[in-house]
Design a protein around this ligand. Structure first.
Ligand SMILES: [Zn+2]
Ligand SMILES: [Zn+2]
Length: 251
């Protein structure tokens, strides 16, 4: 009898430990809206994904920012000559996309990258111009940043876009040669200096005469995308597009 009790107690304890472990890996509440997750949901509930403020109809032809009325470009892009052809952004840099990107970049919640990558992949499929491009290239991180973070969030997104679109994934052609400072607290001029010669094409034959879609998480002033675009064009790429999770308007 006592043996049965002991076995039952051990089983219960082991189930509790297993459950705590599962809860640690997959917390039972959505960290954004705090609602209880369904067993099919991982980290973030589907309701939160459905509340992303997507940019669908009117957007700037150049930088992907939402536009209220039917114009081709936004006021910001009128004063700047970007070298990329066009940007498509999934949504605005607002709740809940801000929180999702934070969890993806700084809290190691890489599964969010897969889920957001699916949304980016579907955006790619909906855009006739992007469908005509040749390859998908994530914005590379410097090796020291990769070592700290353990992964490149843009690569997670790009892999998903590549598998959904069937386009080649380009991971080795471009490297980041400078461990640049975070762009978020720099003004436009400082960003340009910070990013000068930050990228280098190491395998130009891969991108030669190709139309390349560069994938990144956030686009604010566009300096990072423009810098990598210039590097790609100088090495023989035909044209460069941006596919971004969130368009942040800071200007
Ligand atoms: Zn939620
Ligand atoms: Zn614009």
């Amino acid at each position: 009898m006592w043996k049965d009790k002991l076995i039952k107690s051990c089983k219960q304890q082991s189930q509790t430990v297993n459950q705590s472990f599962i809860n640690f890996i997959f917390p039972p509440f959505c960290p954004i809206c705090e609602s209880e997750l369904k067993h099919t949901e991982r980290f973030i509930c589907e309701d939160c994904y459905s509340h992303i403020k997507t940019i669908e109809s009117h957007f700037c032809r150049k930088c992907g920012a939402p536009l209220e009325e039917k114009r081709k470009t936004c006021k910001y892009c009128k004063g700047i000559t970007f070298h990329f052809s066009k940007v498509r952004a999934l949504g605005t840099f607002s709740t809940p996309l801000i929180e999702m990107i934070h969890l993806l970049k700084y809290e190691r919640k890489t599964l969010i990258g897969n889920r957001l990558g699916i949304l980016l992949g579907n955006l790619f499929l909906s855009d006739p111009e992007l469908l005509l491009t040749d390859m998908i290239l994530p914005v590379p991180l410097h090796r020291t940043r990769i070592r700290e973070r353990g992964y490149n969030q843009s690569t997670l997104l790009a892999k998903m876009v590549s598998s959904i679109s069937g386009k080649d994934l380009c991971l080795d052609a471009v490297v980041r040669t400078k461990a640049t400072k975070s762009q978020s607290k720099l003004d436009h001029e400082e960003r340009l200096i910070n990013l000068e010669d930050a990228f280098r094409v190491v395998l130009p034959e891969i991108i030669k005469n190709k139309t390349v879609v560069v994938v990144d998480d956030v686009l604010t002033t566009g300096t990072t995308l423009d810098e990598i675009t210039k590097t790609l064009l100088n090495s023989g790429a035909q044209s460069v597009y941006g596919l971004i999770l969130a368009r942040a308007i800071s200007v």
